[in-house]
Design a protein around this ligand. Sequence first.
Ligand SMILES: Cc1cc2nc3c(=O)[nH]c(=O)nc-3n(C[C@H](O)[C@H](O)[C@H](O)COP(=O)(O)OP(=O)(O)OC[C@H]3O[C@@H](n4cnc5c(N)ncnc54)[C@H](O)[C@@H]3O)c2cc1C
Length: 444
Amino acid sequence: MYDPLHDKHPGEGEGYPKSYWAQNSGLAPKADGPLQNDIRVEVAVIGAGYTGLSCALELAKQGIECCVLEANQVAWGCSGRNAGFVLKGSGRLGFSQIKARWGDEVMRQVYREMSLGVERVEDLIADGLDCEPQPKGYLKLAHSPKHLTQLKHAAMEQQSLLGDELSFLSKNELAERYVDDKLCHGGVLYHDGFGLNPLKLAWGYVERVTQAGVSVYDGTPVLSIDTAKGVGYELITPQGRVTAKKVVLATNGYTPKDFHPILNGRSLPVLSQVIVTQALSDSQLRQCGLNTNQVIMDTRALKYYYRKLPDNRILFGGRGAITGAQAESDYYPKRLLSQLKKSYPALSDINYDYAWSGWINVALDDIPHLWQNDENSLFYAGGYCGSGLSFAAQAGARVAQRIAGQSIAAIPMYQSELPKFPLAPLRRLGQWAYFQYGRVADAL
Ligand SMILES: Cc1cc2nc3c(=O)[nH]c(=O)nc-3n(C[C@H](O)[C@H](O)[C@H](O)COP(=O)(O)OP(=O)(O)OC[C@H]3O[C@@H](n4cnc5c(N)ncnc54)[C@H](O)[C@@H]3O)c2cc1C
């Protein structure tokens, strides 16, 4: 599998992974195919995930000419592979941690940006984008009594600081009305998260971008980004060259090795793994007390997340392999399956029908970043740490607004670059050490 810390580009026209989404979402919208000649544009956006597509859509709205260049299929990266949890958040910091670091006003502005991200998705759904949204509700389940106390404390703080609507649920209340997860000690229901089909969402963006007159060149990896005197940049692709005054790097966790100095050594691509089980029978659903389609996550250091899909399969996710070379091993999906069975012993005979993984982008300081060079000609957004489904669209649109010369919220994540990892070549060793720590902490 493509490995961003080793490979020079993510492929050329590679097909979608055999994910549940790719196999059950119908036909992809038509993009423009590989770029086959030399072109000149105002802004070239590299990467057709939520970030790049939302950026292109906003640029088009602002009347700025642009094109999108995608190495493989549209939404081939995380945007077509994720679990479809729409949550008001990004990065790894909770709102109370953001408050502790930067104060009350910044926390409120960050919350507003995250909420605007969710609103973007909801607006598209209201506009007729069919991405199979499920009923609202995000259940956070505590995996130990100690974590239940912490979870309640954080939830109460969020409720009092931001007015979030939420309910506290005992283990029994959860088992009776939502899920009878044997590893859970109680939880919190946030009333605003929900699940959807992430690939259909991304395809909806593609349709809107192409309808806005923007060319989306799929099967077009950018092999190098050269500075061209007086004109900006020249992007070299296998069959054509793009001359652009400005460039947006929307490649996030799929950014290739040494792609550009502005990003080198500033992110840690981490594999997130997902399985989708066989469909559960009515009797299995009853035995598991699986009465909800709400999205669910636990409190472990190495988190697990799951949801019941519309056809009664369970999508279950957690961490995957460390390197691309190990990514296709069935050790990782099997490990997820055995975790699922610990939560639901009644599923002892169930297997999975789909397994896949994708590279999320972890930032050293646990928050996303939007940044640009001193000349205001090269931009990026990324580092969502595994929760960018809705925020990526907000970040992409904010990049476009910045290109248009508009001022955007003055918050740290829009005013500072992704911090460089110290000893960047040893990032994976650090990741391995964190996984060992997480295993021990979660077992205790
Ligand atoms: C298994 C998994 C589950 C997840 N679950 C959730 C979830 O439930 N909720 C949530 O909020 N987030 C989730 N995420 C994270 C979320 O999917 C991402 O934060 C989001 O999709 C990032 O979008 P993006 O556009 O920034 O990047 P991507 O969607 O990764 O797009 C980057 C694109 O850049 C392209 N590219 C890279 N290099 C080049 C090049 N040289 N030339 C041309 N193109 C290039 C890639 O091919 C890729 O398509 C999950 C991620 C994974 C992997």
